[in-house]
Design a protein around this ligand. Sequence first.
Ligand code: ADP
Length: 186
Amino acid sequence: MYIVFFGAPGVGKGTQAQLVASRNTIGHLSTGDEFRRNIREGTGLGKQVQNIVESGALVPDELTTAIVRDALAQEKFANGCIFDGFPRTIQQAKDLDAILAESGSAITCIVNIEVPESEIVSRLLLRGRADDNEEVIRKRLAVYHDETAPVIDYYYATSKVVTVNGNSTMEEVYDSVMAALGLNVA
Ligand code: ADP
């Protein structure tokens, strides 16, 4: 099963991706977590992307797709993967289709989580991550509108998109996501 969690920064896709993955024993891959881990550990990749991530811009597609391609070779993704924060551009979406096609697979479903923008900004300010100050949040939302939002149109053409209202409690959103995926609530 290959599931993409899609939505603006702050809609809770990371939280839901983690919940669905751990409660249903599916691998979880967050490109944001991968970049932050590399920055923390001071790897070459971390040094390459630190300024980009802290400014709220997108890491170049080639670097991001390479991370995903390498990660998917791990045993923990043998039965599928929940993608969180990837793809964020149409190019990345095409790259992901190509990577999965190499092993005769394809995306199963795209879970599109929606939350009103006013709610998003207050959530992100509360979260208080290094890239969660108001200026960078505004930049991340602008990047989302310009580069990432069009990805959902790319996916609509596949009829694999399910939309979930993210503007309620974590457990309520979880139940909606599981129902949308056609899975029994665990
Ligand atoms: P959020 O929880 O706000 O959606 P993420 O943890 O997914 O944030 O991503 C944080 C930052 O990491 C992004 O602002 C961007 O700089 C970088 N990043 C994460 N995923 C990608 C991606 N697929 N393509 C390019 N850059 C990415």
